[in-house]
Design a binder for this molecule. Structure first.
Ligand SMILES: NC(=O)c1ccc[n+]([C@@H]2O[C@H](COP(=O)([O-])OP(=O)(O)OC[C@H]3O[C@@H](n4cnc5c(N)ncnc54)[C@H](O)[C@@H]3O)[C@@H](O)[C@H]2O)c1
Length: 447
């Protein structure tokens, strides 16, 4: 099938590359000429495991193309995915300027009928607005557009795996034709009919659920899913605070709670809170769309508030241990918003770094993949080449992102670098017993 992807960011590039991998012909288009140039040179604008090999292979096979010319990109496409960003406005509402712009351009340039599919995370009713926009700006007689919603559930750091082996595929459609096109597009994944580029001996042992809904329900499913996961994290964080006040170890508590299959262990993790380009903005946007529709989603407002307070909690813990922060050097391990990505958007580590800098501390950070993006986002932060440099002369080291490599650090070496061997384990990811036996002062969350 000929597919066009508008917006070649974290979602667009994974979508385009994976659809090419399962046999479709894909053009990925982006306004950011710099990003497209990088891709045309054969380099990657983002770090995402397994993606580079897929991009290289599908380009070589002639199934994946990149460009900045929207007219050329949409020309032959039967399916056009909108994968542009939907950032928050100051009041939390989703800014849909880029979605509208994408729809307008499709209307103006498409020369054949096509299925326009929103993959960006958008508030309920966006599909209806896209339909109107296409109708208003469409110039060519005989060209007809269908609209569908196909929310994306991939996790950064696991995006390729998630795209090719999803828990479910949700399509919101308004016509049988739209459903048929998306069924055909995803058939190789749903039926396990592709050679898995990640696991050589991969055998899909079950058909992937393919859920067909109306467009509004599909839009709602995405916001509801992200909000529920955020709620689980904030719930664990509230529990951690109660553990600290009343006694109990959050790790034991969440294990005991999570073993209940009705609840599940995933995302029941206390720490410095959620970040990234999705959860914080999606929770806020969902609150806003509910409010605009006449419902006060107080539950989700609290999820957001608990999360915002996590950064301040880190400052309070450091002040309790170090008294004065001004003039003291603090090392941060991990700057990306989570492991296995270079994405620093809304990263808790950077929010903590900003607060520490405001308090007059000197902040040095290290991340295996996000150094460049962290430097760009926060130039006042000293980004180090390795974790030992980040710990050099530090009065405390804060683990902000639980990259696997941090558990295996040469901790005696870290300790030897520090002025005071104080570890604040912001993700409860380190071995408290081992570190205290080595002579570290260990501060966890909710323990
Ligand atoms: N990042 C994720 O893992 C993830 C997962 C699920 C859903 N989402 C949602 O997907 C959407 C995209 O997220 P992202 O992280 O890929 O964003 P991103 O910022 O990485 O990528 C968006 C890209 O769209 C381009 N763009 C903007 N307007 C354009 C236009 N009119 N035409 C062509 N290109 C245009 C930008 O230049 C940018 O490269 C958001 O709504 C997000 O909430 C993201």
């Amino acid at each position: 099938m000929n597919v066009c992807v508008l917006g070649t960011g974290y979602v667009g590039l994974v979508t385009g590359a994976c659809l090419a991998e399962i046999g479709h012909h894909v053009v990925c288009m982006d306004d950011d000429a710099g990003k497209i140039e990088v891709l045309l040179r054969g380099e990657m604008p983002i770090y995402e495991p397994h993606l580079e090999g897929i991009v290289r292979r599908t380009r070589a096979a002639g199934r994946l193309h990149f460009g900045t010319d929207v007219a050329e990109a949409v020309r032959d496409a039967a399916v056009i995915f909108i994968c542009v960003h939907t950032p928050p406005l100051p009041d939390g509402e989703a800014d849909l300027t880029y979605v509208e712009m994408a729809a307008r351009r499709i209307a103006e340039h498409a020369s054949r009928s096509a299925l326009i599919t929103e993959k960006s995370t958008v508030p309920v009713q966006t599909g209806a607005w896209i339909e109107k926009t296409l109708a208003i700006y469409s110039r060519r007689p005989g060209v007809e557009f269908d609209v569908a919603s196909n929310p994306e559930f991939t996790r950064e750091g696991m995006a390729v795996e998630d795209f090719l082996h999803p828990d479910r595929i949700v399509v919101g459609v308004g016509s049988a034709r739209a459903e048929q096109i998306l069924r055909e597009l995803y058939a190789p994944i749903v039926e396990g009919r592709f050679r898995c580029p990640i696991h050589a001996d991969c055998r899909q042992d079950r058909a992937v659920p393919f859920l067909v809904t109306d467009i509004r329900s599909a839009e709602m499913i995405k916001h509801a899913s992200n909000s529920f996961l955020a709620l689980k994290i904030s719930f664990a964080n509230a529990l951690a605070d109660v553990c600290e006040l009343a006694g109990g170890d959050i790790l034991q508590v969440t294990k005991g709670v999570g073993l209940d299959r009705r609840i599940g262990r995933a995302f029941l993790n206390a720490g410095i809170g959620f970040g990234g380009s999705c959860f914080p903005k999606d929770v806020k946007a969902f609150v806003k769309i509910a409010e605009k529709s006449g419902y006060d989603f107080a539950l989700l407002r609290e999820v957001d508030r608990i999360n915002e307070r996590r950064r301040e909690m880190v400052l309070e813990k450091l002040k309790r241990a170090l008294w004065i922060l001004r003039g003291k050097r603090i090392g941060l391990l991990g700057l990306a918003f989570k492991p296995n990505t270079d994405d620093v958007r809304e990263a808790p580590a950077l929010a903590i770094a900003r607060r520490l800098l405001e308090e007059g501390a000197e902040v040095r950070g290290y991340d295996p993949q996000a150094a460049g993006k962290a430097r760009q986002a926060l130039p006042e932060l000293t980004v180090c080449a390795d974790p030992y440099e980040a710990a050099l002369q530090a009065e405390a080291v804060v683990l902000c992102t639980e990259w696997g490599e941090f558990t295996g650090l040469d901790w005696p070496r870290v300790k030897a670098q520090m002025v005071r061997p104080l570890i604040l384990d912001g993700r409860n990811a380190l071995d408290r017993e081992k570190l205290t036996a080595m002579g570290f002062e260990y501060i966890g969350i909710g323990r």
